[in-house]
Design a protein around this ligand. Structure first.
Ligand code: HEC
Length: 170
């Protein structure tokens, strides 16, 4: 079978919504389905509570945790990968949302470079230091945007129990 054209794939959420409405049992039989309120995405996407930005941040948070456990178990390849993921998510956040203070995204370049350098040098001590700077960078943007209640720290435990962090002995 040929793959669906992109346009169809993009339209899937709408199709899903109506398909779900058809499948889900409703108490009112045969009455016309109620039109659900359209989800409004605010024009100013940096207002706290923006789902897309919050999701990007949560993805960044997961990588922030994974980066730590990759670094302290000296899995440098995984640590480098997680750093690239963090960088990409932050760049995406900045490019998607014009009103996100770009200066705060670019200030992140310094700690990200420091983390990258520590990883390349396989220097655990430098990694721990750079990781602290990275976390401080996250918090400084949050504080500046009056989101100081979203405070990151070095993780104490690893919630990703299904992923191998240290390097496996062959
Ligand atoms: C340029 C500014 C900026 C930087 C840098 C930044 N954030 Fe955020 N962060 C935000 C904004 C804005 C929100 C609020 C999003 C919303 O809800 O609209 C947020 C929200 C969050 C949240 C809350 C999401 C949730 O659902 O609980 C977490 C976690 C988070 N950021 C993690 C991080 C981490 C980790 C870093 C650093 C690696 C980071 N952020 C760097 C701007 C930033």
């Amino acid at each position: 079978m040929r793959p669906k054209p992109i346009t169809l794939l993009l339209a899937t959420p709408l199709i899903c919504a109506s398909a779900l409405a058809a499948i889900l049992p409703t108490s009112a039989q045969q009455s016309p389905p109620q039109q659900p309120q359209a989800q409004q995405i605010p024009a100013d996407a940096t207002r706290p509570g923006n789902p897309r930005l919050a999701d990007l941040m949560e993805a960044t948070q997961a990588r922030h945790i994974k980066l730590w456990f990759a670094g302290v178990t000296a899995n440098w390849k995984l640590a480098a990968y997680q750093t690239r993921q963090i960088k990409a998510r932050l760049q995406e956040a900045a490019s998607l949302y014009d009103s996100l203070p770009v200066s705060d995204v670019t200030t992140m370049a310094k700690p990200i470079d420091a983390v990258t350098a520590a990883i390349a040098a396989q220097d655990s001590k430098a990694f721990v230091k750079a990781y602290g700077e990275l976390t401080a960078g996250c918090n400084s943007c949050h504080r500046e945007l009056k989101l100081g209640f979203i405070e990151l720290k070095t993780p104490e435990m690893n919630p990703f129990a299904d992923q191998v962090f240290g390097v496996r002995k062959k």
